[in-house]
Design a protein around this ligand. Structure first.
Ligand code: FAD
Ligand code: SF4
Length: 338
């Protein structure tokens, strides 16, 4: 039995006041990850501050275009919001590729950003894990690492960030608005999640007393040429082995703007700006997509059980870029794929 205090925050200021007064306090929103972490003895907060009833549950058009999404918006609400479906269908696809309907009904946008890795050793307190217990070692290196990372790894940790939503947010270049007892700040999605380095216990650059209040999407939504391709062991209710989010702008078959990000391969959504630059100004064909994919995977390193992910990532990138270029965001089994 782990003893901890529990309190419900009545507003944002109250949540920030409570977190500043208790060392080791944590926020809980939908609880779909936090409750598992408590049950498995991975998290030991001194206090849980329930933020699920804060008035941060709106999706609103932002000044100058774009969208402002409250941190307490549920994943289902966001995926089916008319403005998201119309202007950011990539985000809707990524959300609907995650978890199950019941989980999406509970899970919040803020909690999704901050969900912790699904590395099996992280959840098994009988095994060493540098993320759970710094300095204890990494059981996945040399262990069963089929789901683990191939990019951006360190000698301390090869975990992946499990979110689907965040892979789409990387392509959309979302900005994360946060508040703390010291004030407010905005963090670019690309700077929000960390690589493990020698501090794998830190998943993000958020401070322990900071609350995510909203996510801002810039106006560019790639509504015409986009795709979210998720490769997993079963068709639903499984985390990604490799996923790819793509947003393209095309002019008569030539690529203008190009962005893509990978999930399931690194400690954060993985973008390679050199590979994106290699797409711009080029014809939208398999040869172009293959060159971009090669630039991404040339940095990849397998750890035995997950070696297959390197080739899988290359082929998934080509397939996702092809789907986006054709304007067919979902896989089409009757068309030739890479
Ligand atoms: C069986 C299962 C399958 C799943 N499959 C997938 C999948 O395929 N793809 C996918 O993307 N996800 C998947 N998920 C994960 C799910 O999406 C997350 O658990 C969920 O998004 C977390 O949101 P929450 O509101 O429940 O967070 P909580 O569990 O309440 O919190 C998670 C973390 O976020 C912190 N937190 C929450 N809100 C805030 C805030 N506003 N500011 C600062 N910190 C905050 C908490 O302190 C905690 O550390 C799955 C989960 C389960 C249980
Ligand atoms: S990969 Fe990271 S989370 Fe998994 S066992 Fe190693 S240190 Fe822990």
């Amino acid at each position: 039995m782990i003893a901890f205090e529990f309190a419900r925050a009545s507003n944002v200021a109250d949540a920030l006041r409570q977190i500043s007064l208790s060392d080791g306090a944590k926020f809980i929103a939908g609880g779909t990850n936090m409750v598992d972490l408590l049950k498995m003895d991975v998290e030991h907060p001194s206090k849980l501050i329930d933020v699920s009833r804060l008035p941060l549950d709106k999706v609103e058009e932002a000044e100058g275009g774009g969208l402002r999404i409250g941190a307490l918006v549920r994943n289902t609400q966001l995926a089916y919001h008319p403005l998201v479906q119309r202007n950011y269908p990539l985000l809707s696809s990524a959300l609907l590729a995650g978890a199950s309907q019941q989980l999406r009904n509970m899970a919040t946008v803020g909690g999704n950003l901050l969900q912790r890795t699904r590395c099996a050793y992280f959840y098994d307190i009988a095994t060493p894990c540098n993320k759970r217990e710094p300095g204890s070692g990494c059981s996945a290196i040399g262990g069963f690492n089929r789901m683990n990372a191939i990019l951006g790894t360190s000698d301390a940790c090869i975990a992946v960030h499990p979110s689907d939503m965040c892979v789409a947010l990387a392509v959309l270049e979302a900005k994360i608005h946060v508040a703390s007892p010291c004030g407010e700040r905005v963090i670019a999605l690309g700077e929000f999640h960390r690589l493990p380095g020698d501090k794998p216990e830190r998943d993000t650059n958020l401070d322990t007393d900071e609350l995510v209040t909203s996510i801002e999407l810039p106006p560019k939504g790639f509504a015409t040429n986009h795709t979210y391709l998720k490769i997993r062991d079963r068709l639903s209710y499984a985390f990604a082995l490799v996923s790819v989010a793509v947003g393209l702008e095309l002019d008569r078959g030539t690529i203008g703007e190009a962005r893509f990000a990978l999930g399931g391969v690194a400690h954060r959504p993985w973008r390679n700006l050199e590979a994106e630059a290699a797409l711009r100004g080029q014809p939208a064909n398999e040869a172009t997509f293959g060159r971009a994919a090669d630039l991404v995977v040339r940095e990849a390193k397998g750890f035995g059980h997950n070696d297959f992910k390197i080739d899988l990532a290359r082929r998934a990138i080509i397939r996702a870029l092809s789907q986006a270029a054709r304007g067919t965001p979902q896989s089409q089994s009757n068309k030739k794929m890479a």
